[in-house]
Design a protein. Sequence first.
Length: 226
Amino acid sequence: MGYTRRAAAVTAAVGLLSVLGGTASAAPVADRDTPRSCGSVRLAGSLPVPPAGMSVRQTVTIGEDCEPRLGPVRHVPASAAAGSPARTGATAASASRQVRSWNEMYDCCNIRMTGLYSTATWSTADGRIDSAATTATQEWNREPWNAGWSLKSATDKQDCATDCSVVNHEAHADFTYQGVFDPTGEWYANTHHSSVKLNADATAECTFDVELRHTFVGWNWQRGCE
């Protein structure tokens, strides 16, 4: 994970960061035993889904003082995997759209440790969502000899599927770590939560949070939707 020794236990104090176009909050850490190890951190924020064909993304990095550094909200062309919103039906009043979100933690060497991903597809007609389908997947980094990060548990739910005024999709994943940086399996744990709100006007909003049992300087949270 890009660090050389086990981090020391510390306590957290609540802090808040915000930026135009997206928000994030965190609990920065005090009373560090070493200048490069940090304690538990919770990061949260939301991003508006950009126009069709665009992707919005943001990175939050744990700085040298163990406080989060909020990066800019960036709009870039969407990846090929996302595709473009498809127009369906006989009239422009009927439309189908897909949105993908990602919620990932990387170490200081920019190796992805854990990630939670969601995909939502919904169609609208006459001011309603006539159908919606959502899925969630998880990914995590493994090490040789059956070690590294593991998925402990995951949930995935959506509150409405047909004839909806709005659809809310919630995905959750808990990850644990046991490997070269901590053979006990008691030190590191990442919990990811992502939600997507789908609206009848074909707009959407992505919300994210992540809770980290212990952190290290240079770890970074990458989130986005398209």
